[in-house]
Design a protein around this ligand. Structure first.
Ligand code: UDP
Ligand code: MG
Length: 154
């Protein structure tokens, strides 16, 4: 099954939203396969936000992401890259759909509580960026019998 990378951003940790955010992914039926709190540095942010390096807000974005720790998570599930992006909602949180994480929990474009990989290809790169192989776990989840149909579990 697919895996994707989610970051709980510093604003969410400061605002006490970690449990709420983790709970959204759990309740959806996704499997948590890796989780780690970390201080991000300039090197990792340059790589992670390379597509935004020439934007005027890049410096403040890096500053924000380094302002206090973040939590990296790897979630697994059927077509979960797309499912997780939908759960998170669009970048501009105050316009994000109600019911999504950003739509329910944030108001800002920059302080939008989570990051999620935007494609299967980027998910693979981002998971490697934040996790060593031994920090990711393969295990059976008994609820899968009821989260997926038989054909989807194969
Ligand atoms: N961002 C920002 N100002 C902008 C656009 C983006 O501060 O005008 C920040 C915001 O935190 C966003 C991150 O840069 O989540 C990455 O931007 P991207 O376009 O990849 O959005 P995402 O994939 O996070 O929705
Ligand atoms: Mg993005």
């Amino acid at each position: 099954m697919e895996r994707t990378l989610v970051l709980i951003k510093p604003d969410a940790i400061q605002r006490g939203l970690v449990g709420e955010i983790v709970s959204r992914f759990e309740k959806k039926g996704l499997k948590l396969v890796g989780m780690k709190m970390m201080s991000l540095d300039e090197a990792i942010l340059k790589e992670h936000y390379a597509h935004l390096a020439d934007k005027p807000f890049f410096k403040s974005l890096s500053g924000f992401m380094m302002s206090s720790p973040a939590i990296a998570m790897c979630w697994e599930g059927l077509e979960c890259v797309n499912a997780v992006r939908l759960l998170c909602g669009i970048t501009k949180a105050r316009s994000a759909e109600a019911g999504s994480i950003r739509g329910d929990l944030a108001m800002s474009v920059s302080c939008n509580v989570v990051h999620a990989s935007d494609s299967v290809e980027n998910a693979a790169k981002e998971i490697k960026r934040f996790f060593k192989t031994e920090d990711l776990f393969d295990y059976a989840k008994s609820e899968y019998e009821f989260v997926y149909g038989e054909d989807e579990r194969a």
